[in-house]
Structures are given as structure tokens and as C-alpha cells.
Design a protein around this ligand. Sequence first.
Ligand SMILES: C[S@@+](CC[C@H](N)C(=O)[O-])C[C@H]1O[C@@H](n2cnc3c(N)ncnc32)[C@H](O)[C@@H]1O
Length: 491
Amino acid sequence: MLNTDIRLDEPSAASATRKRLGQYMTPTDVAFFLVDLMPEQDDTDITLLDPGAGQGALTTAFIKKWTSQRPRRHLAVDAVEIDKRQHGMLVKNLSSLPQDQLLTLGTRREDFILSALKSDKKYSHIILNPPYARIDSKSPQAKLLRQQGLPSTNLYSAFLSISIKSLAANGSLVALVPRSFCNGKYYKPLRDLILHETSIHHIHLFESRTDTFKSDGVIQENIAIVLRKRTQAQNVSLSTSKAKNLSLSSLTVRPFQEIVRKGDDMRVIRLPLHQDCETSRLEPLIVKHRLSDLGLSASTGPIVDFRNRRQLRLTPTQASVPLIHSYHIQSHNLCWPLITNGKKNALVLTNKNAKNVLKPGYYIAIRRFSSKEQYHRIVANPVEAIGPPFLNGVSFENHVNYITTALTEMDRELCWGLTAYLNTDHADRAFRDISGSTQVNVSDLKILDFPPLEDLRRFGIELLKLGSVSPVNSELAVKNVLSTIHGHPIN
Ligand SMILES: C[S@@+](CC[C@H](N)C(=O)[O-])C[C@H]1O[C@@H](n2cnc3c(N)ncnc32)[C@H](O)[C@@H]1O
């Protein structure tokens, strides 16, 4: 579902239909790139499925590559498309390809979800750029998916799940999909299915400013995932490309254990693509703990600004508590209050919102939205909500996540130390390994690795000496402490 469409034919479909059916066609060069990712197989005959075939960009590229291969095996194509207009173009485009005795073309106009779930046909090859749109949980499709143990909230995850089920033993599948299924609880059933039924062979990340999936204003990265129906291989190929420069020049091979860690109950699919010498130098020095192991918790600010408009104030009053919004979090220090351009700085206390006000103490505030072009995706600041004007507590707006104490007492050193760690290149790289969206989710923070409390407190003491939480100071504080602990300098 790439936005930069180089279409076989510009669809004049109303944008509502286009949106509902997720009609974003694969550009020709991307289609050939995806076909080239398909592993070589030595089956006697090829059976190809293209679910949500649109105008046939993927099938056309597959057939063109197959035509050039010698010796050729019989190829039977099943291209399924729901939309009348797209289906018309599909038939036209595929029938304009040169006739070939070894080629059998099948184009069906039907709902892939309803038809495939009632069939047990298997394919040696599946290639898909599935539609991206929410599935109504009350629809017959959602019901059938649940009945068959493939619960899906989005058309793309439903198409991918059904395709995995439709893959023959040793068969190969290439899918162009948003990266969002690689973590988070909603896509856990899909990850379980992938990891149970297939071997992850290759993941290619499309790093681009414009070619993006968009959902609720959240920009997501695209990946091509190559799966084989067999037990998991020891290694996985990883590659990445920027904008239109499609190539595998960045290809690396990593152990599967780095992609899905042993003992990870969420089965997050990590893309360790951002390791350069600088950041990977810290990797072996960080003893890994989750926030919950450290007795800490992460939450999203409960005050939604547009729902609390009447309680928000530009300047704090006796009857209000300080409100921390994303604009108060700068990469050098917390800038509160921000008396400029109508920025809201305080929340008037009411009986209704009292439960959303936190008691005075130390917190780490993290912006929820970041762009991948930003220097660091995580921008963290200590919030020292102690003494006036925090005597009545503090509140966090919904564009902000915050880390606070669950069991462990959050003191000043720990607060600054966690901030320092979160603002390092190392934490940024670790974050990019697990997240491909512009949002910093609480669930992402919960699966990040953190050093032990005593190391974090030492980072804090060092950062406090440096005086501000800029990325440079944070990096310096963490490296100074780790150099001392490990007895050798870390640059
Ligand atoms: C993202 S487009 C990709 C089209 C084509 N595969 C390509 O790569 O250019 C997804 C296609 O799936 C079709 N589609 C949406 N829902 C469908 C369904 N339930 N069954 C079959 N096709 C569907 C849309 O009409 C659209 O043509």
C-alpha cells in the first residue's frame, strides 16, 4: 500500500471506495523488487496466489520474471480481486501478456477473506500487497476469521494470516505490509502464526519519508517480509532501502535469536538494522532489565486537551496543578511554564479530574509523537514535581508518556539517570529496532531494555553534574559511568 503510486491505470474510483478497500497499487519497480525477493524453489509446478490483486502489478512482474527463466515450469495463477473496476483492469492487463502454453491464468472477482477461508487449496508461491483498512468486528469476515482462530483487526493482517494458511509445505510468500504487526498486543496472534507455521527468511525495510502507511495520523514504515513454510532457519536476512533507491546493498544476515528473542512472551519481531560501531559498543555493557523488573511503570498522560478545554489554563493558579504537555519537553530541559502562543500550562482541579492528577514526585516525561527523521525518536525529560507549584500534584497531557514508580522509590538520581539513558544513541537504536511508527507507545517502552537501578542512579549523578539533559550530555554521562564500571574508556 505505497502512497507513491505508479499505477498501471490511474483509478478514478471515489476516494471512499479507495479507502474502504485499501486500493493503493504497487509501483512497477517495487513489484519487480518484491518478485526478486522470492526464494528459488525447485517445485515441479508453480501455483501462484495474488490476493487483493488490484490491476495485477505483482502477478505481471512474477510472470515476466518467470518468462525469462529456463527451464520453465508450468505456472498456474490465481489472482483474486473484489472490486469490479480493478478486476476489469486485472483481466485486461493479464490477458495482454503473451500467450504461453505453460501458463494458466485464473482471475476471480470475490472477497478473498470469505472465499479463501472456505477453501483448502494450497499454493507454492504467494505474493501480496494487501489492502490496509480496519475490519468491522461485527462483519461476517471478522466473525469467520475469529471462528478459524485468525482474529484480525485490519484487512492486511487478515490477508497475511490467510495467506500463511494457504501456503503449501516448503512454499514461499512475499508480502508488502506495514511494519506495525511486528510488535504490540493486537498483532500478537499474527506473530504467533508466523512463528509457528513459517520460517522468517528475509525482512526488507523501506526507509522513506513519503512512501508510508498512514493510520490515525500515525506514519508507519513498510516492510517486505519473505516467509517459507518450514521450520525456522537459524539466520534471517535483513536489508533496507531509502526512498526510490531499491537495492539489497545493505543486506546483512543475523541470527534468528536477535530477531525474536528467546523467552520474549510478546514475540516482538525486531529489526536490528541500526547498529553502527558507535551504538553497538554499549550493547554488551548493558545488563538487560524491563521497566517492570526495575519496579517502574510507564503510562500515557490521561488529560486529553480537547476534552478538558474548560479546565485548561495559560497560567497556573491556586486552584490548578501544573500540566505537562509535549511542547514542554525539549531536548535540553523541561520548559514549563511556556508562556507563549496560547500554550496551556495548568489544569484546574475538579472532582472529575482529581483521579488523573499525580502526587508530587519525580517523573520522566517522554513525547508520544516523533518522526523518524528526528535526531532521536525518544525525547525524555525529568519532571521534578516537588515543592511549589507542585504541592497539589502534577498532570500529564495525552501527548506525553511518563515513567513513574510502581514499587521502586523514584528519587532525583534515578529520574535523571533514566532520562540520560533514554536520550542516548543506544536507546534510540534499540527503540528503532522495535518500532516503525512515529508514535512512542507505552507498550514499546515496556519492552525496552534498561540497565540495573544502581547503574541508572550513577548515570543520574553524572548527568546532574553536567547540568542539562541534552543528548550530548546524556551520552557523555552514560559513557563516563560505564567506562568507570568496566574499567576501560568508551568513546
Ligand atoms: C493495496 S491494493 C494492492 C493491489 C495489488 N496487489 C498491487 O500490488 O498493486 C489491495 C487490493 O485489494 C483489494 N481488496 C480489498 N478488499 C478485498 C477483499 N476482501 N477481497 C479481495 N480483494 C480485496 C482492493 O480492491 C485493492 O485492489
